[in-house]
Write a protein that binds this ligand. Structure first.
Ligand code: UDP
Length: 476
């Protein structure tokens, strides 16, 4: 083999949170499936959650549990329970920096692909003279919106239109100031990289956003997703992320017994801290809607010693008995990809975490959007206003992080109404479903040979090879 064609050596450094780690490792899998040498740099407990059948190497560093005061094995944001612990995870990643740096310097790769929460990778890649790509798990639509809010210094407590934007999008308010102050410098550092890796396909973000991004920032974005489509078999889908609290068989046979498009799937991602009174409204709404459902609630909601009194704070009395046929309540980690891809699932009530959103799109499932924090309010607009594949539940409270309680509760009437708009089989619902199915088809084509993401991956690999080969040319 011509040495210029030899496989690339790539290091991936995902952030220690399910919503960052799962998609970046699936994207790593796209590279590995083209025979490039991929190493994921992480900690032992996070390594355990990665699919062992993947053909990449894992390089682990002990998580500094003692230094940051977290129990053994608590090594990512899904495992923590409050804002203080989430901060400790962040501190732990800063403590790992030096060890990761010296490992990379001892045995440098051809490129580092790291989460944008590790801005120090920029200096490291510069020092080594290698390219660096950034990942933050956002859609490009959302990155464009954030860039616009950043450039125009928007700080609005009421509605504002995103300035200089391809579509007319009005937001109810700008993100909390602390959130912007945290994210905006990270975005600025990301702009110094060789490009963003985007877990999306360009058809969903829209070519107009790709052009807009490149024109306004001069930076490159590579759409390589949907990452979840790296998981092909049912087992690979079931094993994504944490260990599910229900078996694949249990979940699938329950869904098999339901009619096509008759079940609403309700889940708010890997970190969900709704207060009891909000869960109560959800339960009341889904029961009143009359549709079948799978509802994922936090694990602690199932704890054995939960008293009847405690339970009735979040679940109407007799709810489980009345809905034993119609519904399934999953307490803890659910096999989301399997569920979304089952034909019985007709809608997804989602917090619009980007992974959940693009997973629903890939499965052709329309959404009822209920953003909570971070990038989610922008994602909602892409899904409802721009692509017309979901309806809004009417959530307005933009929290700083998932760990803060919401103060405003979305009432059962709003939830029921939004669910019915998508599920009732009327004109609007049929149009939304048709468009969702079309996007699902486009998503699947995107990662197949000749598809947009497939071709982007080829182009990116060529770019990285050129960069490596030009570096190794002898000086004349
Ligand atoms: N997920 C899952 N089962 C669960 C909860 C979450 O498989 O019970 C997965 C989901 O499929 C997605 C990720 O965890 O890939 C959550 O990422 P997302 O961006 O949607 O939300 P976040 O958890 O980061 O808020």
């Amino acid at each position: 083999m011509d040495v210029r064609d030899s496989p690339l050596k790539l290091y991936f450094i995902p952030y220690l949170a399910a919503g960052h780690m799962i998609p970046l490792c699936d994207i790593a899998q796209f590279f590995a499936s083209r025979a490039h040498h991929v190493t994921i740099i992480t900690t032992p407990s996070n390594a355990q959650s990665l699919n062992q059948s993947n053909n990449f190497r894992l390089h682990t560093f002990e998580f500094p549990s003692k230094e940051v005061g977290l129990p053994d094995g608590v090594e990512n944001l899904t495992a923590v329970t409050d804002i203080d612990e989430s901060y400790r995870i962040f501190i732990a990643t800063t403590l790992l920096q030096e060890r990761i740096q010296s490992f990379v310097e001892r045995d440098p790769p051809d490129c580092i692909i790291a989460d944008f929460l590790y801005p120090w990778v920029h200096e490291l890649a510069n020092k080594l003279g290698i390219p660096r790509l950034v990942f933050n798990g956002f859609s490009l639509f959302t990155i464009c919106a954030m860039e616009s809010v950043k450039t125009h210094c928007i700080d609005a407590s009421g509605p504002f239109a995103i300035p200089d934007f391809p579509h007319d999008i009005t937001m109810n308010s700008s993100p909390p100031k602390d959130s912007r102050e945290f994210i905006e410098p990270l975005l600025t550092t990301a702009l110094k990289s060789d490009g963003f890796i985007i877990n999306n396909f360009v058809e969903l973000d829209g070519e107009e956003y790709l052009r807009h991004y490149e024109r306004t920032t001069g930076h490159k974005a590579w759409h390589l997703g949907p990452a979840s489509l790296a998981r092909r078999t049912a087992l690979e889908k079931a094993e994504r992320g944490q260990k599910s609290v229900v078996t694949m068989q249990e979940c699938m046979s329950w869904l098999d017994s339901k009619r096509v498009n008759s079940v609403v799937y309700i889940s708010f991602g890997s970190i969900c801290y709704f207060p009891d009174r909000q869960l109560y409204e959800i339960a009341s709404a889904i029961e009143a809607s009359g549709f079948g459902f799978i509802w994922v609630v936090p694990e602690k909601k199932g704890k054995e010693n939960e008293s009847a009194e405690e339970k009735e704070k979040w679940l109407p009395k007799g709810f489980e008995e009345r809905n034993s046929e119609k519904g399934m309540v999953i307490r803890g980690w659910a096999p989301q990809l399997l569920i979304l891809n089952h034909r019985a699932v007709g809608a997804f009530v989602t917090h619009c975490g980007w992974n959940s959103t693009v997973e629903a799109v890939s499965a052709g499932v329309p959404m009822i959007t209920w953003p909570v924090h971070s990038d989610q309010f922008y994602n909602e607009k892409l899904i409802t206003r721009v692509r017309g594949i979901g309806v809004e539940v009417g959530a307005e409270e933009w929290k700083l992080t998932a760990f803060f309680d919401t103060e405003k509760v979305v009432g059962r009437e709003c939830i029921e109404k939004a669910v019915k708009r998508v599920m009732d089989g009327g004109d609007e619902s049929l149009q939304i479903r048709r468009r969702a199915k079309e996007f699902g088809e486009t998503a699947r084509q995107a990662v197949q040979e000749g598809g947009s993401s497939y071709n982007n991956l080829t182009a990116l690999i060529d770019y990285l090879k050129q960069s490596r080969n030009s570096k190794s040319q002898p000086l004349l």
